[in-house]
Write a protein that binds this ligand. Structure first.
Ligand code: SF4
Length: 462
């Protein structure tokens, strides 16, 4: 392996076709390797953040709140309380004598000032160390104020980002089942794991509405507490970004019998398949109900209309980008599947793909859909990514806020497919935006003035 790859990490990198697949993943990051992963608290914060009419209070030092301030950029069609980052700003004396009183005061003041529908209180590293009883404080404040006040057990040190997703799902699960389900259609669903980063949940909701399916709750993009409270009344959970919300879907299936399907809204192929899967689900549930045939008819009409409109528009980008190389590094690997297919649609070659929190099943699927020679990497660090990008001669790197500087320092185009994106990249319209964004980045004249760094001399072949 190349010089940038630490010996202890060799089994977390696989080059397709070089040896049998045996990638190790889902383990703690190697100490000192400077993982691209975020902490547990950050994991829970990104999942719950888009619940727009809830109060989000970070119980910890101010740095934790700053780190995750407005982290998702998730859009709301109404209240925007989620965009404010509140913190108890724990200081030395609080660490010595405990922060419970301060937390109670902060909650009472903020609830009186902002009248939220619910409050989430995030535990951070220091709170886990000093042992503040969040549960007791939240319970007392909930009784005093009459709104749900929910602790999120997300001490930063207790695992990796996945543990944060779990803490967020457990917190949300306390709300589910507390609302009334009257008026919910038997053709209904909850959208899980779309965070409405650039208004995408509105596009997807429109597709469902055109199909004749009611959306009960957005979990969590453009989320509302009341909708989440009645989410158990929906017939189906449709889970994108399964790493972050699949746990919630499993808990709902166990307690309320709500089935779940995994979907992706990225790329023409996956977006179409998602809509057909949902139409098929209702047909299977109610085979004799003619409404299910109508749902299928409406789905076909919708997909045909969108694809007919989109394919000719993609042609210009496909021609210009054919043969260019792409690398992908994302939080959860489910998104990576769709990106591999989306790049294929515009004739680009994916030469590296990795994620922070992929499972063995995810990586096996990635191995199956990528081309020979593709580097597949779990829990990478900046040095490794840097080396892979140079080694493979990448033209565009797709990632999030922490990957952007790696690309730019190398003189490589970058496409933000994470928290900070401002362009909708999901849905049919999103595929066109994606092609446009990749095109603008790869073909930008700026690269004449910022030449690409030389290819790495070290090889990543085993
Ligand atoms: S919870 Fe811990 S690891 Fe996470 S930002 Fe705060 S101090 Fe850092």
């Amino acid at each position: 392996m190349g010089a940038a790859l630490l010996k202890e990490r060799e089994n977390q990198v696989h080059v397709k076709g070089e040896k049998p697949f045996n990638l190790v993943c889902n383990k703690d990051s190697l100490a000192g390797a400077v993982s691209q992963r975020a902490c547990v608290f950050c994991g829970s914060r990104v999942v719950l953040y888009p619940i727009a009419d809830a109060l989000h209070l970070v119980h910890g030092p101010i740095g934790c709140a700053v780190y995750t301030w407005d982290i998702r950029g998730a859009l709301s069609s109404g209240p925007e309380l989620h965009r404010l980052s509140f913190s108890t700003d724990l200081q030395e004396m609080d660490v010595i004598f405990g922060g419970e009183k301060k937390l109670r005061r902060a909650l009472l003041e903020l609830i009186a000032r902002h009248s939220p529908k619910a409050a989430f209180v995030y535990s951070t590293c220091i709170v886990g160390i000093i042992g503040d009883d969040l549960e007791a404080v939240c319970k007392a404040v909930a009784a005093e104020t009459g709104i749900p006040v929910i602790p999120v057990q997300s001490e930063g040190f207790k695992g990796n980002k996945r543990a944060g997703y779990q803490a967020a799902c457990e917190a949300m699960f306390r709300l589910i089942g507390t609302g009334k389900t009257a008026g919910i259609s038997k053709y209904s669903l909850n959208i899980l794991g779309d965070f409405n980063l650039a208004g995408e949940i509105w596009m997807v909701r429109e597709y469902y509405e055109r199909m004749g399916i009611q959306v009960v709750a957005n979990i969590t993009g453009d989320g509302r507490v009341d909708d989440i409270c009645r989410a158990h009344g929906a017939a189906l959970n449709v889970v994108q970004c399964s790493g972050s919300t699949m746990q919630l879907a499993k808990m709902m299936e166990e307690k309320y019998g709500t089935p779940a399907i995994r979907v992706s809204y990225f790329g023409i192929e996956d977006m179409s398949e998602t809509l057909y899967d949902i139409a098929r689900f209702f047909k299977k549930q109610y085979p004799d109900d003619p409404e299910t045939d109508r749902i299928m008819e409406r789905t076909k009409a919708l997909v045909q209309e969108k694809v007919r409109d989109l394919v000719p528009k993609l042609e210009k980008y496909r021609k210009a980008l054919a043969g260019k190389k792409a690398a992908i590094y994302v939080g959860g690997s489910f998104k990576a599947f769709s990106l591999v297919k989306a790049f294929r649609l515009i004739d680009m070659q994916v030469v590296m793909v990795g994620s922070q929190t992929g499972t063995e099943e995810d990586y096996r699927e990635l191995e199956a859909i990528t081309d020979p020679g593709t580097v597949i990497v779990d829990d990478a660090n900046p040095l490794e990514l840097n080396s892979f990008l140079k080694e493979k001669g990448v033209d565009v790197f797709v990632g999030g806020v922490k990957e952007r500087p790696i690309a730019y320092k190398l003189g490589i185009g970058f496409c933000d497919h994470n928290h900070e994106r401002k362009e909708a990249l999901a849905g049919f319209e999103g595929m066109l935006n994606f092609a446009k964004e990749v095109y603008s980045s790869v073909m930008s004249p700026v690269w004449r003035f910022v030449p690409r760094k030389e290819q790495a001399s070290a090889s990543f072949s085993a």
